[in-house]
Design a protein around this ligand. Structure first.
Ligand SMILES: Cc1ncc(COP(=O)(O)O)c(C=O)c1O
Length: 504
């Protein structure tokens, strides 16, 4: 830890403090003018002002105690009800607010795991069967909650292969999940088909609509074709939808809904023996910030259905313009057919490295999201981006032309690093390199993460050095070792499964 950073001996004047904080923002990504995709959902200045006022009204209140703060209990109940009605739930649908999509997903996985513990106590190693494209929060939940993560391959249109999903179900499967839509290519999985499978196999089915939950219903009302994804689909037992995304709430607000209390009750944590008293909580945190709940409630009431429809119209028009623009660039292609406002595009020209294009866009001031498998750039369009699409497309055209004229850019800077990280067949090496960056961020120096430093440290993994020295030959060899390792692991797991009488 830095010894010279201490709580100041006496408090600083407010004006000085705020000036320092505002100056700190100077190095941040410029989201307000629409140059950031996916991190911020801006409903306009007037809307933001309302959120700040609503948040600050409840800034000190702690929703750890719904008895002390009945106002917050009422707001949570109403946010849940408004969301459930939007997603066509009936009177039996119940739910809770959480701090975000990841917490909603963690809760859904916990509820399914604990439901299985009570109904099928013979399951020793619970499993979740999910599309390979499902949000990484499911892998995190699997990791935290001791559930085996079973990813299923996608079809050519990036939607999950339901036949493959069916084949991966075992006696230990405690849940299925799919997305509406998934983040990487923005397509909705075949929810209806999976619902039938879930009903048939009597397994709970969670729909992750964290990003689509507050947009798809309005697109449907505007007359766009939206494949059924909500409680109207038989077999769907829970849905997550984030108010802090297209619901335009302030950060820290998501909703987890269940078809009925039979599922939600397994989400609760109750302790009756703690000397501090009987303790019951609906979700992960102890203390729950009142501000986030109040701002979400206010956002939904302030927008109204008319406001959400207006925002949805603006968003989908901007997306259509972006899609047309990308289609008109010969060297690029959109991946799949996005169902709403998430767009991924890749290169179809051998001299145009998409990561080098991303570097050029960054140089022009666009905060750019890179993806892997396949290498692509991801764009989350919101209503706030309507005014920047033309500039973005013109910068994109220039970026592509520049990279085409200088193909060596693929081997420089971040492009080289992303390229290597995406292609390395031994994912353990990538993990190690990323862990080093995390250690730097959270180490005594508190470094700002620097991609360029990936794999460049003195104490680097010897494997990374090997790759540096022997290039693609080493990569291929390592790839084969990795495949053999994976194969062996699966064989051991399957043998163990047979040993305990589990169908694999
Ligand atoms: C489909 C999907 N699910 C879950 C999440 C996780 O949400 P959060 O970042 O609020 O935890 C996201 C985030 O973008 C998402 O797109």
């Amino acid at each position: 830890m830095k010894k010279d950073v201490q709580i100041p001996a006496t408090g600083l004047p407010k004006s000085e403090l705020l000036a320092v904080m505002k100056a700190m923002k100077g190095d941040d990504a410029d989201w307000k003018s629409g140059r950031v995709w996916s991190l911020v959902y801006h409903g306009g200045d007037r809307h933001e002002k309302l959120l700040k006022e609503a948040y600050s009204l409840f800034i000190s209140e702690n929703f750890l105690s719904p008895m002390a703060f009945r106002s917050l209990k009422r707001m949570e109940t109403e946010v849940v009800a408004m969301t459930a009605n939007m997603l066509h739930g009936d009177e039996q649908v119940v739910g809770a607010m959480t701090s975000g999509g990841t917490e909603s997903i963690l809760m859904a996985v916990k509820a399914c795991r604990d439901r299985a513990r009570s109904k099928k106590p013979w399951i020793l190693w619970p499993e979740m069967v999910v599309p390979r494209s499902i949000h990484v929060a499911f892998e995190k939940a699997a990791h935290y909650l001791g559930v085996k993560f079973v990813p299923v391959p996608l079809r050519d249109d990036f939607r999950v292969d339901v036949g493959a999903m069916k084949r991966r179900i075992t006696h230990s499967t405690v849940m299925l999940a799919a997305s509406a839509p998934q983040f990487p290519q923005g397509v909705i999985d075949p929810i209806g088909e999976i619902g039938r499978l879930a009903l048939n196999k009597k397994i709970p089915f969670h729909v992750d609509s964290c990003i689509g939950g507050f947009l798809l219903p309005w697109l449907e009302q505007l007359g766009h074709k939206v494949a059924p994804f909500d409680f109207r689909v038989p077999g769907v037992t829970s849905i997550s939808a984030d108010v802090h995304k297209y619901g335009y709430a302030s950060k820290g607000a998501s909703v987890i809904l269940y078809r009925d209390m039979e599922y939600l009750k397994h989400q609760f944590f109750i302790s009756t023996n703690w000397p501090g008293g009987i303790y019951a909580s609906a979700s992960m945190p102890g203390t729950r910030p009142g501000g986030a709940i109040a701002a979400a409630w206010a956002a939904m009431r302030y927008m109204g259905r008319a406001g959400y429809l207006r925002m949805a119209k603006k968003t989908i028009r901007a997306t259509a313009k972006l899609l047309d623009g990308i289609d008109s660039i010969d060297e690029l292609m959109v991946l799949g057919e996005p169902d709403m406002s998430l767009v991924a595009y890749a290169s179809k020209h051998k001299d145009v490295d998409i990561y080098a294009v991303a570097d050029q866009l960054e140089k022009k001031g666009w905060h750019t999201d890179r993806q892997q498998h396949p290498a692509s750039i991801h764009v989350t369009v919101t209503s706030n981006h309507a005014v920047v699409i033309d500039t973005y497309l013109s910068d994109l055209r220039e970026a592509v032309a520049h990279v085409k004229a200088h193909p060596d850019l693929a081997h420089e800077g971040n492009a080289a690093m992303y390229g290597m990280m995406a292609k390395l067949p031994v994912r353990g090496m990538v993990k190690l390199a990323v862990r080093k960056v995390m250690e730097g961020m959270y180490g005594p120096e508190g470094r700002v993460p620097d991609l360029g430093s990936l794999g460049a440290g003195e104490d680097d993994d010897p494997l990374l050095k090997l790759v540096d020295r022997y290039g693609s030959a080493a990569l291929k060899l390592l790839g084969r070792v990795e495949e053999a390792k994976q194969d062996l692991k699966e064989k051991i797991e399957s043998a163990l499964g047979r040993l305990v009488g589990r169908e694999v």
